[in-house]
Design a protein around this ligand. Structure first.
Ligand SMILES: [Zn+2]
Length: 262
């Protein structure tokens, strides 16, 4: 269901570790600008040593702006885990994207890198979300994290994910959860850039939680989301997620693929 998203993660790993596997110009762009893999800026967010402020740039197509509840929830959840004494700032921009129908991980990278207002690592840490028209090539995918700082949310698919089987769950609810979920991947959850001492990664869905009370539960970013929850959708990191983040931050848990280290 979410294999394409994992492929995005795997693909970026592959392209970094086996340069001959992809086309040369792509690799140069990725390596030259150090876009990294999802989780590659986890320590930069969790710790305050290098970046005391986090900016979230959300670029959306006309009419595709995030719900205000999504923006405030995202700020709250990141504020709970990232040490940012100078704050977390959200920047919203409306724009028309070069692609409006079918997206792939590479297309998300290409378009997002072109449209980002500033690089991820300057005096502040900058993470980037695009909310374009159209769907992912696998249209069951609601959101993807494609490198250390880049996320796409597919609002057309999120609208389609509402279901008569669970009318209590609205598109707004789904957007809330998917947004926090994708940022969880940028923070390295689950086991993307470390190995958890807790057994909470779903064996059939690598990179995801097996706990349906965690926002990192595997079904959160799929179009069948409504079918998996009888009550409310999770919007929180669970205790295992929080313990993993704390362990990474303190150094107790070894991390890989970091673009910044203390
Ligand atoms: Zn996911």
């Amino acid at each position: 269901m979410r294999n394409k998203q994992l492929m995005g993660i795997l693909l970026s790993c592959l392209m970094l570790s086996i340069p001959m596997a992809g086309c040369a110009s792509d690799i140069e762009t990725i390596l030259g600008e150090s876009w990294g893999v999802p989780g590659g800026l986890a320590l930069a967010c969790l710790r305050d040593d290098a970046y005391r402020e986090l900016v979230i740039e959300i670029d959306h197509a006309p009419g595709y702006n995030p719900e205000s509840s999504t923006v405030s929830l995202l700020k709250e959840r990141l504020g709970q885990v990232c040490d940012k004494p100078d704050g977390i700032r959200i920047e919203l921009n409306e724009m028309s994207f070069a692609e409006t129908s079918t997206w792939t991980a590479n297309k998300v990278r290409e378009v997002a890198h072109e449209t980002m207002d500033a690089p991820p690592q300057t005096s502040v840490l900058r993470w980037h979300v695009i909310m374009p028209e159209g769907t992912y090539s696998d249209d069951s995918v609601l959101g993807v994290a494609v490198d250390a700082s880049t996320i796409a949310l597919f609002s057309d698919s999120i609208d389609d994910a509402t279901s008569i089987f669970n009318p209590r769950i609205s598109a707004e609810d789904i957007e809330n959860s998917v947004m926090v979920h994708e940022f969880g991947h940028l923070l390295g959850l689950v086991n993307l850039v470390y190995t958890s001492p807790a057994d909470h990664e779903d064996s059939e869905h690598p990179g995801h939680s097996n706990n349906e009370d965690s926002v990192m539960y595997w079904a959160v970013e799929t179009v069948t989301i409504s079918a998996w929850f009888s009550g409310d959708l999770p919007t929180q990191f669970d205790q295992d997620d929080l313990n993993d983040l704390a362990g990474m931050k303190s150094g107790e848990l070894a991390t890989t693929d970091q673009l910044w280290r203390p």
